[in-house]
Design a protein around this ligand. Structure first.
Ligand code: SAM
Ligand code: TMP
Ligand code: ZN
Length: 410
């Protein structure tokens, strides 16, 4: 008998043991034109934990060009909370790390320039790497300097040769997308000045486990970071983890700051978060098995609820055609028979069908006009912003359905 091939950790080469299989999944951001006849791409979405460094990661990689291309629809500026978050972040680095005579700020995955516009307006020398053409063009329109390229080791070397060392290499919701992490870390190592910092923020394994937020797992989220796994990753690649900050955005993230060894004092938050993770048993196989069991409960309860509402003659629509919603709809078998459409503000998603499940996407005006009985909140990470905007829905008797941290009607 031929042994199945072992999956090796993309950080340390250790054995990755799978703990959750979310089945056959489409690309989470591949919204389809209704008349499209092209065969849809599917892959197997499963995650495992490295037995050596504890890094949680996908067991199968989707080629980067399939996900990030001219038609990539996600717009970072689509949320007012996120616009504010990135303006504040830019100002913070301008006031702390970028006070020298000719500072240089590099962003990996700058999308539509939601952060770099502040760098441009403040006259700070900067460069964004953004392989997805349409969003890169929007960023340029906002005054940002953008290279339409993936960041990796060759890109880091070329930039250092051309423009010298960076003071800050920053990245939000992108580093966890990158299976070829070794190359990125080597690229940052070449590019970063001696006292520079490498800062990245991504969904936090602690929040994902505690909230049963299994929809944070999809093709683009290759790694689910924790302080413990990022510490190991930093040390292996010649960096030191000097700070961690928990962020409330996107359902719970951590901002990690890496520096060259001995260059920065390590903040107390690092030890505190590591201690919390150890006490919580965050990356213990039993914890991960418990998470998988909780995902199984949502998978049976959510479609049950939607079927009983439909059978009772109620109307249900979705709110927010997030990449996350691809995992939920495809894993739970939710199609247009249970959720008649999903409303979303993103022009590039409207008029299309969601990947795999083929639920139509409509502008929020449809939601206001139709007054459905129930709205399934796929964009739960933007709940405060959306609830405030849609106060009238609840006031006129509409009910929200949540599935994070568990299935409930509000
Ligand atoms: N930073 C923004 C934010 O937090 O909203 C954008 C996040 S978006 C989920 C991820 C972005 O990273 C996409 O625009 C994608 O095109 C870009 N990306 C993916 N791989 C990349 C790489 N190797 N280098 C630079 N950008 C990359
Ligand atoms: P995200 O969770 O990956 O940021 O995606 C959020 C999606 O929800 C995105 O497609 C835009 C959409 N959205 C709305 O339709 N209305 C809103 O008020 C917000 C904040 C997001
Ligand atoms: Zn490992």
């Amino acid at each position: 008998m031929v042994e199945p091939e072992k999956v090796r950790c993309r950080i340390c080469g250790g054995n990755v043991s799978e703990f959750l299989d979310l089945g056959r999944q489409p690309l989470s951001d591949a919204f389809r034109a209704p008349d499209c006849t092209e065969e849809e791409f599917f892959y197997r979405l499963a995650v495992g934990r490295c037995e050596l460094c504890t890094m949680v990661q996908m067991t199968e990689e989707v080629p980067r060009e399939r996900m990030f291309h001219h038609g990539y629809p996600y717009r970072s500026s689509g949320s007012s909370v996120m616009r504010q978050h990135f303006t504040r972040t830019a100002l913070r680095y301008i006031e702390t790390e970028l006070m020298g005579p000719d500072p240089f700020f590099v962003e990996i995955g700058c999308n539509d320039g939601v952060l770099l516009r502040t760098m441009a307006e403040s006259g700070v020398r900067h460069l964004g790497f953004e392989p997805s053409g349409a969003v890169a063009a929007t960023a340029r329109g906002r005054g940002a300097r953008v290279r339409s390229d993936f960041f990796d080791e060759p890109a880091g070397i070329a930039l250092r040769d051309r423009e010298g060392p960076a003071d800050v290499v920053y990245s939000a919701n992108t580093i966890c997308h990158i299976p070829y992490m070794q190359s990125v870390l080597r690229g940052v190592d070449v590019l970063l000045g001696p006292s520079g910092v490498f800062v990245f923020e991504d969904p936090y394994l602690g929040d994902i486990i505690d909230k049963t937020a299994f929809d944070q797992i999809y093709d683009e989220h290759f790694f689910l970071f924790s302080a413990r796994s990022v510490l190991a990753m930093a040390e292996r690649s010649g960096f030191e983890l000097v700070d961690v900050e928990r962020l409330p955005v996107h359902g719970g993230e951590v901002r990690y700051t890496l520096a060259r060894p001995g260059m920065r004092r390590r903040a107390g938050s690092v030890g505190r978060l590591l201690a919390w993770e150890d006490a919580r048993g965050l990356a213990e196989p039993e914890t991960l098995a418990g998470f998988a069991a909780a995902v199984g409960r949502v998978r049976s309860e959510l479609p049950d609820l939607l079927r009983s509402l439909r059978d009772g003659g109620k109307t249900v629509v979705g709110y927010g055609a997030t990449a996350k919603s691809a995992t939920v709809t495809n894993h739970c078998g939710i199609g247009p028979d249970l959720v008649s459409y999903i409303c979303d503000t993103t022009p590039a998603k409207q008029g299309r069908l969601t990947p795999g499940a083929h639920i139509p996407v409509r502008p929020p005006a449809a939601f206001a006009a139709d007054r459905p009985d129930y709205a399934l909140l796929f964009a739960w990470n933007h709940a405060d912003e959306i609830m405030a905007k849609e106060r009238r829905f609840r006031a006129s008797g509409g009910r929200w359905i949540r599935y994070v941290p568990e299935v409930r009607v509000l």
